[in-house]
Design a protein around this ligand. Structure first.
Ligand SMILES: Nc1ncnc2c1ncn2[C@@H]1O[C@H](COP(=O)(O)OP(=O)(O)OP(=O)(O)O)[C@@H](O)[C@H]1O
Ligand SMILES: [Mg+2]
Ligand SMILES: [Zn+2]
Length: 499
């Protein structure tokens, strides 16, 4: 009996657990079977591998071929194991020499022996890099895999792989792309005229990682403002960039190296389904919130979203990841995002207009607001009016019109202060730690207590005001939270004051 063992990796969520492809050749009637919880696409490997081996000028051993994908209790999907299986057969039948054990193999084979791109190789490359293993992948996948910094060889066919392994025609490792941190965004904050309160709220949201809701009539710049949040956040670290890119890799999307460090901005339409939003489906795929990982999720026209769809957001917001459970397996997709939402104040959009254009009854307004899911609102620290402005303040040059870069500097400083103090942004400080970390002066406490009584704030709502107050203090490099900071935080809680 002959035997070969080839390394590869499966894909579960954005993780890439080890898979050992074991090939046994034994006497008896010729046959070819694959065992180890392989789904249809993997089973079909047999035909592709058979065709590819013959087309490349090798022979298919006239023995019983058993391929075992270990561990057997892990589900294997896709065609990524084709190359590993073919190489295993060639080694076991001594058509190739024994291989060094430090290389992983990936790729789909066509019947004529070409190697085809497979999705999800970036998570595999991250794992391979961590274990200092090299990878042999389809040429089209080489650039993606090289992003992670692993040693990657890209080949176009089975024949090219074997020529590389025997030393007849060695392949040069793919050079890792030049990763420069290019966090810049096309949309600049200086494009937005006026709306100083909303801009200030955006800066506070960026500095403290607070979720934010804009409330205002149509055409006042809510969408414009939301789009500019990624540009105020510090660029992603390399590790963050790779995590976010891994989601796109799993989706089989081409990675754009030039945009790698830009924080994602996703704005799903309000008709989005729960599965498209949080991920899932028959063969589970990441949803919008995972595409927004390390970036911004924008929900425009929040009351128009299906209530159930918003309810499913609760857990991922809390956990920073989506966990999908099936009878046979469980997988995770990362989903740490900052939420920005926008809505009109009432069904017609004109409530609060100085000219009294709104004709909505109180009941209609209440019904409209009640469409917002309470638990979701609970996680939104800032609720800000974006009112219509008079023409004078919209004219170019009327306001201070700071650029995104200027504001981003203040944001970065404030975030550094928070990270040094507690290791996370202020929005993520737990209730227990908050009182100690916030350092509130007596005047600040007194104001918070008065407000809590007047607006009947829950303890949770009061804590939220405290978190925002802490961020406002950090932005002006104040050690202590004063009455002034609390007052500004309270002014950015529009919905508390109305109900
Ligand atoms: N403050 C502003 N500064 C510059 N342009 C603005 C401003 N507000 C609105 N605009 C202009 O109006 C257009 C509409 O703005 P935007 O889409 O952001 O409004 P909105 O508040 O999201 O409206 P809706 O409620 O209808 O979604 C923008 O593309 C921009 O050209
Ligand atoms: Mg809009
Ligand atoms: Zn109205």
């Amino acid at each position: 009996m002959s035997f070969a063992l080839i390394r590869s990796r499966a894909q579960t969520g954005t993780e890439a657990p080890d898979v050992r492809v074991e090939v046994f050749l034994s006497g008896g009637l010729p046959g070819f079977s694959i065992v180890g919880m392989a789904e249809t696409a993997v089973k079909e490997s047999r035909d592709r591998v058979r065709g590819a081996i013959v087309s490349a000028g090798f022979r298919l051993p006239q023995q019983r071929i058993t391929v075992s994908l270990a561990p057997a209790d892990m589900k294997k999907t896709g065609s990524r194991f084709d190359l590993a299986i073919a190489i295993g057969i060639l080694v076991a039948s001594r058509q190739l020499p024994e291989l060094p054990d430090r290389t992983e193999f990936y790729g789909e084979l066509s019947l004529n022996g070409r190697l085809r791109h497979v999705p999800g190789l970036l998570p595999a490359a991250i794992a391979a890099r961590n274990e200092e293993l090299s990878m042999l992948v389809p040429r089209r996948s080489a650039a993606e895999a090289a992003l992670a910094g692993a040693v990657v060889y890209g080949a176009s066919s089975l024949l090219a792989v074997t020529a590389h392994l025997t030393g007849a025609e060695p392949i040069e490792p793919a050079s890792p792309p030049d990763l420069r941190s290019n966090g810049c965004c096309a949309d600049d904050l200086s494009d937005v005229q006026g709306q100083e309160t909303a801009k200030r709220a955006l800066e506070i949201a960026a500095a403290g990682g607070h979720n934010l809701l804009f409330i205002g009539p149509p055409g006042t710049g809510k969408t414009m403002l939301a789009k500019r949040l990624p540009g105020l956040l510090p660029p992603m670290s390399k590790q963050e960039a790779l995590q976010t890119a891994a989601v796109h890799s799993v989706l089989g999307e081409r990675l754009d190296v030039d945009r790698l460090f830009r924080r994602p901005f996703r704005s799903p339409h309000h008709t989005v389904s729960a599965i498209a939003l949080v991920g899932g489906g028959g063969s589970p795929r990441p949803g919008e919130i995972s595409r927004a990982h390390n970036g911004v999720l924008f929900l425009d026209e929040l009351p128009e979203f299906n209530r159930h769809t918003l309810e499913v957001l609760r857990e991922p917001i809390e956990a920073g990841e989506v966990c999908i459970s099936r009878a046979a397996y469980q997988l995770r997709f990362p989903s740490r995002f900052q939420l920005v939402a926008a809505m009109n104040p009432c069904p017609c959009g004109e409530l609060g207009d100085v000219n009294g254009r709104c004709g909505c009854s109180r009941d209609r307004v209440r019904a409209y607001r009640s469409r917002l899911s309470g638990p979701l609102l609970d996680r939104i620290d800032l609720q800000v009016d974006v009112a219509r402005q008079c023409l004078a303040s919209i004219r170019r040059g009327a306001g201070n019109n700071e650029s995104s870069a200027t504001v981003a500097e203040r944001v970065a400083d404030a975030r550094d202060v928070a990270l040094k103090r507690q290791g996370c942004v202020n929005a993520n400080v737990s209730g227990e730690m908050l009182e100690q970390l916030a350092q509130v002066q007596p005047g600040g406490w007194a104001l918070l207590e008065r407000a809590a009584t007047q607006f009947r704030l829950s303890t949770r709502a009061a804590y939220r005001v405290l978190r925002v107050s802490r961020t406002i203090a950090d932005l002006s490099a104040d050690h202590q939270v004063t009455e002034r900071h609390v007052a500004e935080a309270l002014s950015l809680r529009q919905l508390d004051r109305e109900t």
